[in-house]
Design a protein. Structure first.
Length: 170
């Protein structure tokens, strides 16, 4: 059974651990240094602590039969061509590799769509690497591409640097 729990300050250590592990499971191939420099810049525990106290950022832990399986982050944030007041951004959604392919992503997406509607937002958007297997899942969930960009980070493997912005009306 899949359960989703909103993160609180006392979940910081577990959230940080799951975030690092799931990112490494998913995206090490993007980096010449295995993602070390990216994680050091964007996955600091202090950043998670600050975001957990923000009113426009919401973290959730995902459990598969009471075992921590992943997390996601939702932001009340706009995207080009839509009023910010109508938008929610799915900023992160990661599962540990042993929990992928079990239908958990679909449960999470249904939860996120419901949450977006509860917040009276009509546009859900995200960014995904064009090389990510998640791209197919997002397309299947009704997201459509609106923009393509190239990431410019030290240590990124250039052939994998393309990121796609996608939206879904809810």
């Amino acid at each position: 059974m899949v359960t989703i729990k909103k993160c609180e300050a006392n979940d910081l250590d577990l959230l940080h651990k799951i975030a690092i592990q799931s990112y490494n499971d998913t995206y090490q191939y993007l980096w010449k240094d295995g993602g070390t420099s990216y994680l050091e810049k964007f996955y600091q525990k202090e950043t998670f602590r600050e975001e957990l106290s923000a009113t426009d950022i919401h973290y959730y832990l995902v459990y598969d039969n009471d075992i921590a399986a992943g997390f996601f982050k939702i932001k009340e944030n706009g995207v080009a061509s839509y009023p910010a007041s109508e938008c929610m951004e799915l900023d992160k959604l990661y599962l540990l590799k042993e929990h992928i392919g079990k239908g958990i992503g679909k449960v999470i997406m249904n939860f996120i769509v419901s949450l977006t509607q509860e917040k009276n937002r009509s546009v859900l958007w995200l960014k995904v690497m064009d090389s990510s297997p998640a791209l197919f899942a997002y397309e299947k969930a009704g997201f459509v591409q609106i923009e393509i960009n190239q990431l410019v980070y030290p240590h990124i493997v250039e052939k994998y640097a393309t990121i796609i912005t996608m939206v879904r009306k809810v």
